[in-house]
Design a protein around this ligand. Structure first.
Ligand SMILES: Cc1cc2nc3c(=O)[nH]c(=O)nc-3n(C[C@H](O)[C@H](O)[C@H](O)COP(=O)(O)O)c2cc1C
Length: 331
């Protein structure tokens, strides 16, 4: 109700400015927000989620808005992508609304304050939701040295996250998605799983590992990736990131902006990757479905297609935060 009143104002502003204002207000007033969450507990990746509806990575890249976001009713919140060092991302404007198609194009380019800043924000406060931390590599790190950035980020966030996501699927860091190729993925997963074993031993705690994939994978890559996820005991698969294709938005005056497309125009691809990976993985590795979920019907469908959890981003921008409770309630 409230969102329908403020949405026209927010949509009259530049998308990034609207984003900063709404998150700033949310954080500012979090103490007076009622914070009613629908509890639909579920156990996934060995963790107890209060409900299966989560916030996708990218909205809170630095973990600065956790108090406010924690009031919106999510069962889990994924912050990041964070890189080892702070970096500015691409020049603005870098988010574009395709309102008629209920979609966004973004080329943020991992703008963030670096992993140490994020860890300061997270602190060791008690939380009533599951916290995922999504890690990426710095733009200045060559792709063939990506493992060192991922290991650095992974080790730093290990104790502070409930689960850790390795993002190898953002289209806005040149070459990043090549890490999904068989040889590169094997190098990455074997390096991270060695580190995981060392950290588990040293800290006596286990943090599940999730990998986030692109919707633009070739069909033949799917069984290859599924095999590697099994081989290295990856705990979860997040499908999907944004797409570089423009199906469903052709002709829009901003369709040619470079970057990743999210929202309703991504829906079919995200569904299809869920179907394809669920066929390969069965119940062995849980899938977190994300991409174009903006209604209770779509959310239900994702669970029917095999998802164990779902995440939202663009749907929240167009439908407002009421969507979180609506979906959780309907499950
Ligand atoms: C502005 C914007 C920034 C994003 N930044 C990140 C990011 O830093 N890391 C990441 O893994 N995904 C990022 N994403 C992708 C989302 O997490 C999600 O996978 C994608 O938008 C599809 O879901 P949706 O259709 O519900 O938005 C971003 C998406 C948007 C729209």
């Amino acid at each position: 109700m409230l969102y329908s009143l403020v949405k026209p104002i927010l949509f009259s502003l530049d998308p990034e400015l609207a984003h900063d204002i709404s998150l700033g207000m949310l954080q500012q007033f979090h103490r007076v927000l009622p914070g009613r969450r629908v509890d639909k507990p579920t156990r996934v990746m060995g963790l107890d989620f209060p409900n299966p509806v989560g916030l996708a990575a990218g909205l809170d890249k630095n973990g600065e808005y956790l108090d406010g976001l924690g009031k919106l009713g999510f069962g889990f919140i994924e912050i990041g992508s964070v890189t080892p060092l702070a970096q500015p991302g691409n020049p603005q404007p870098r988010i574009f609304r395709l309102s008629r198609q209920q979609s966004l194009i973004n080329r943020m380019g991992f703008n963030n304050n670096g992993v140490d800043f994020l860890l300061d924000q997270v602190g060791d406060k008690a939380r009533n939701f599951i916290l995922g931390i999504n890690i990426g590599k710095n733009l200045s790190t060559p792709v063939d040295q990506a493992l060192s950035d991922y290991c650095l980020g992974y080790e730093k966030v290990y104790a502070s996250a409930d689960y850790i996501t390795i993002n190898i699927s953002s289209p806005n860091t040149p070459g990043l998605r090549e890490l999904q190729n068989e040889e590169a993925l094997e190098t990455l997963l074997s390096g991270i799983s060695e580190l995981r074993a060392r950290l588990e031993d040293r800290l006596q705690l286990y943090r599940p590992l999730a990998i986030k994939l692109s919707p633009d994978l070739e069909q033949q890559a799917i069984p290859v990736i599924a095999e590697l996820l099994r081989k290295y005991s990856v705990d979860g698969l997040i499908a999907t990131n944004t797409t570089v294709t423009r199906d469903g938005v052709q002709g829009h005056r901003q369709a040619d902006e470079s970057g990743g497309l999210s929202g309703a125009a991504l829906r079919d691809k995200s569904r299809q990757l869920l179907i394809d990976f669920h066929r390969e993985l069965g119940e062995d590795i849980p899938i977190i479905s994300v991409g174009g979920i903006d209604s209770t019907e779509e959310a239900k469908l994702r669970f029917e297609l095999g998802a164990k959890l779902i995440q939202l981003y663009t749907g929240l921008i167009y439908r407002g935060p009421g969507l979180i409770r609506q979906i959780a309630q309907s499950l």
